[in-house]
Design a protein around this ligand. Structure first.
Ligand code: NI
Length: 137
């Protein structure tokens, strides 16, 4: 049976302040620069969710991409879109919202809920030029 990877791209907008409370204010400014602005700043993010699995003989699908869209919408996008990662987003509570940390926490949310496929990669675009990838390690 053929094993295929399917990917759904979802967009959302959110604000964050990159800040590590374990460091001094001076260190935060030195490390994070403008991203440490006390009142935060926003990004137009895009999240690509890649799911891998056998192609079902009856449907010809790995997973119905409409179902994948719905589950990502419900579990991640609705909790995140037009919100502030530092304040509003339950799965980021207490975590410095760098793109790296966000993608890892999104993985924890999504990995259990994308059956019958298997989550194999998340790619989170923070800007047109920067993205991070996580494969669950
Ligand atoms: Ni930023």
């Amino acid at each position: 049976m053929a094993i295929v990877t399917v990917t759904r791209r979802m967009r959302f907008n959110a604000a964050h302040r990159v800040h590590n409370p374990a460091l001094s204010d001076e260190e935060n400014v030195r490390i994070f620069g403008k991203c440490n602005n006390p009142n935060g700043h926003g990004h137009n993010y895009a999240l690509e969710v890649a799911v891998r699995g056998p192609v079902d003989e009856r449907t010809g699908y790995v997973i119905d991409l409409g179902l994948l869209r719905d589950v990502v919408e419900r579990e991640v996008i609705e909790k995140t879109d037009h919100r502030n990662f530092n304040i509003d987003v339950d799965y980021m509570r207490g975590i410095n919202p760098t793109t790296e940390n966000i993608v890892v926490e999104m993985w924890r949310v999504l990995a259990p809920v994308v059956q019958p496929g298997q989550l194999i990669r998340l790619r989170l675009w923070e800007t047109e030029n920067n993205y991070v990838e996580y494969e669950g390690e």
